[in-house]
Design a protein around this ligand. Structure first.
Ligand SMILES: [Fe+2]
Ligand SMILES: [Fe+2]
Length: 374
């Protein structure tokens, strides 16, 4: 614990720092501070916790509460002035980083028919998950992708991209997910506005889905060596069908039900280098066991209703609600319906955890894997 007028995180455990303050040491610390230095033993126990200590708190953002505010932003600001008209999810523990959880950013963006946002590129990797409306599209490096509810689309690191809604469409709302906080933490973020503000579409509409979207089939001779998936869009129809078929073949995971990862069809790995994504199906009445792992996740309820228990706290959710699970937080999910399945979309920073060798997972061993409610 911190004592006196300066930090001194002591722990009475063998192998951990436990140096009591003395007038002589306090004077010594002052001298070190004057040299922009410090004594490690005063902060070692803080900067090297026994296990991950997330600053993020579990939060559920109810769509019913947020939707009207998202729609109201249309009256208040234009996409031209705002750049992107987005209401972002601001975790109470991560406000200084504008993060929804951990090092992940998320927000809800709205566009009206005929509106187009300016084309831009950034070092942060981004995704969108369509919540409602018709006629939305995204253009990524000249590839135009048409989007419907529960479609998942990538706008990877460094790509020129812009969003819009067709003039004969309806108001559209989608969830954005980015690794902005991570890229900023690594001090590696660049942003550029397209010189022409808008891109030309250089390929047949939805060409990447038509080329790379068939399961188990790869176009002969097609080369792809970029660090992200060429299948820039993952449609809801085939995704849901894949989960239903998987349910016929597998009992799934005790912690996640039937979970399938969206993958890069070239590598079988995550869709982007820093962000992974999945869709999971909870069968009628299914309640999973709790586990925890490193890495942060943001979920959106794509279908159905139920609840999740995160670090002992229950969060009831229904379609379109969004919630987060901080790194190393216990979590379990339950489908409330006895007759219908529930589906959870999620994106996460697991590719970072895996590629840096930081992934760890643990099952909740007591009480048959169910957390006591706090
Ligand atoms: Fe962007
Ligand atoms: Fe999990």
């Amino acid at each position: 614990m911190a004592t006196g007028r300066r930090e001194n995180h002591r722990e009475n455990v063998a192998g951990r720092a436990n140096v009591e303050d003395t007038p002589e040491l306090l004077a010594y610390y002052d001298e070190l501070e004057g040299l922009d230095a410090g004594a490690l033993w005063t902060v070692a126990n803080k900067i090297e916790p026994w296990q991950p200590k997330s600053a993020s708190v579990p939060v559920l953002w109810r769509y019913e509460d947020l939707r009207k505010h998202v729609l109201r932003s249309v009256e208040l600001v234009s996409p031209e002035k705002a750049g992107r008209r987005v209401i972002y999810l601001n975790n109470p523990g991560r406000r200084e980083h504008a993060a929804a959880v951990g090092w992940l950013y998320s927000g809800l963006q709205v566009m009206h028919p005929g509106e187009v946002a300016s084309a831009h590129a950034h070092s942060a990797s981004a995704l969108r998950f369509i919540m409602e409306g018709e006629g939305a599209y995204t253009i990524v490096d000249g590839h135009k992708l048409t989007l419907g509810a529960n479609d998942f689309v990538l706008t990877p690191n460094g790509t020129w991209h812009e969003h819009g809604v067709a003039s004969d469409g309806t108001p559209c709302i989608w969830q954005d997910g980015l690794d902005i906080p991570l890229v900023n933490c690594l001090e590696a973020n660049f942003y550029a506005v397209h010189p022409k503000m808008q891109q030309d579409v250089g390929h047949p509409v939805d060409d990447m889905s038509h080329s790379w979207g068939a399961p188990g089939l790869r176009p002969a001779g097609a080369e792809w060596s970029k660090g992200y998936s060429p299948l820039l869009k993952y449609e809801w129809g085939p995704t849901y069908e894949a989960l239903q078929r998987y349910a016929k073949a597998s009992a799934g995971s005790p912690y996640d039900g039937l979970l399938m990862n969206y993958v890069n069809p070239v590598t079988g790995g995550p869709v982007m280098q820093t962000i992974g994504a999945s869709m999971q199906l909870l069968r009628p009445g299914e309640a999973t066991r709790a586990h925890r792992h490193t890495g942060s996740s943001i979920y959106q309820v794509a279908k159905g209703s139920g609840h999740s228990i995160i670090d002992g706290k229950r969060f009831d959710w229904t379609e379109r609600d969004i919630f987060c699970v901080p790194s190393w937080a216990w979590h379990e999910h339950a489908n409330a319906s006895q007759s219908d399945d529930a589906c959870l979309f999620a994106f996460n920073d697991l590719p970072v955890m895996h590629s840096l060798g930081l992934y760890r997972e643990e099952a909740f061993g007591d009480n048959e894997g169910r957390q006591p409610l706090s």
